[in-house]
Design a protein around this ligand. Structure first.
Ligand code: GLA
Length: 380
């Protein structure tokens, strides 16, 4: 794009993707999650452009960009632009300090792969503009406004996990986050001699947004029925298996299954935190396999490709456990693999996946990493 030639950056922001070790779809049910940022990220370069309201945003990775006017922000027909526009809209509601800026974006974070490239985009933009214009937003405010932007502009009624993990993560730790109180505890993670290997199915079944919102709605249906007997229940976070069984004949099998998955998944977050603290890696692996079973059969947010890779991992003696990570319907499986078997696992999984789905798998190691950070560039 011509208009961003000779771009001289004033500020760089590095905004990471995330993995979630356990606690899938529990965030919007006010439960617990255990995510962390990873090294794969989106890197933003920002400069003020001396205009009161004209902005330019350009992705060097996808060689595409757009111009916008801060006084006329509205939804776009182009998906990724909405993450930017939504954040600008939310920031504009909170402050009038925003002015014209230019920004370039470069990414090594695969999109549509369950690693929260959308949260990385939203939060990185909010973080950069906060620095550039001294907006005075706290990290939590940036996390929350980015989540709202996703609701209003992208149309996904997501929970808070992705934005929280992208901004708040700590190197070498998982974040045990209570999505109701937003209290969190960094849990040290040392899997040595095991590694976290992601296998990217390279599929992202496009039902994801509508099915995601449907799942949220099904959970709410469950809560409404539970509330008849237990008025104190405000979310599935407050529900036990015993309580769910009492209303079994008043909810559909689908709603029952969704609720029972969430209750079990919430419990698994605590079991996982305990297993990590005891360094019980066999247990860590077992929890992942159990979770995938629920993701696939009860919550029904998996797909043939993810199921295949998780099943395939079970035949490899170097793998302790695996499951699909993220919102679902494709994206990546997360595998705990002994360092001596990583190469063999990746090679054999790639071959088998190609034979079955005719897709070339993308495989990479991830490490629990730090959340968003920035640095400025001195005038020369
Ligand atoms: C997506 C959403 C998150 C969370 C996960 C599932 O990534 O953005 O809020 O619900 O799915 O755990």
């Amino acid at each position: 794009m011509k208009f961003l030639k000779n771009f001289k950056s004033e500020l760089t922001v590095e905004s990471p993707g995330r993995i979630n070790l356990i606690g899938e779809h529990t965030d919007y049910n006010m439960g617990y999650v255990l995510p962390t940022a990873i090294e794969k990220k989106i890197i933003f370069q920002f400069r003020k452009n001396d205009s009161p309201n004209k902005c330019q945003v350009y992705s060097t990775t996808f060689d595409t960009g757009f111009k916008l006017d801060l006084n006329a922000i509205e939804k776009s027909a182009i998906e990724w632009e909405n993450y930017i526009l939504g954040v600008l809209d939310e920031i504009s509601k909170r402050t009038n300090k925003l002015e014209g800026f230019d920004c370039t974006i470069e990414s090594n974070l695969p999109t549509g792969s369950g690693l929260s490239s959308s949260a990385a985009l939203e939060c990185g933009l909010a973080y950069g503009l906060n620095e550039l214009f001294d907006l005075g937003l706290t990290k939590m405010e940036m996390v929350k406004l980015s989540q709202v932007a996703e609701h209003t502009y992208a149309g996904t009624q997501c929970g808070i996990m992705d934005q929280f993990a992208s901004v708040m993560s700590k190197e070498g730790h998982m974040l045990l986050l209570d999505c109701r109180s937003l209290d969190y505890t960094p849990i040290p993670i040392n899997l040595n001699p095991y590694k976290i290997i992601l296998l990217n199915t390279k599929v992202s079944h496009n039902l994801a947004t509508s099915e995601y919102n449907t799942r949220k709605n099904e959970c709410e249906q469950g809560v409404a029925v539970l509330k008849e007997d237990y008025p104190e229940v405000n979310s599935l976070r407050d529900v036990t298996f015993e309580m769910l069984d009492c209303v079994r004949d008043r909810v559909s099998t689908t709603v029952y299954n969704r609720c029972s998955f969430i209750i079990a998944e919430n419990n698994r977050v605590h079991e996982m935190a305990e297993a990590l603290s005891k360094n019980d890696l066999v247990k860590v692996g077992q929890i992942l396999y159990d979770a995938h079973e629920g993701i696939s059969k009860l919550y029904e947010v998996s797909c043939a490709e993810s199921d295949y890779l998780v099943e395939f991992s079970k035949s490899n003696e170097f793998v302790l456990g695996a499951r699909q990570t993220g919102g679902g319907f494709g994206g990546c499986t997360l595998n705990i693999v002994h360092e001596d078997g990583v190469e063999n696992f990746i090679t054999s999984a790639t071959k088998a996946y190609k034979e079955n789905f005719n897709i070339v798998l993308e495989a990479f190691e991830v490490k629990p990493s730090t959340g968003t950070f920035s640095y400025t560039h001195k005038e020369s």
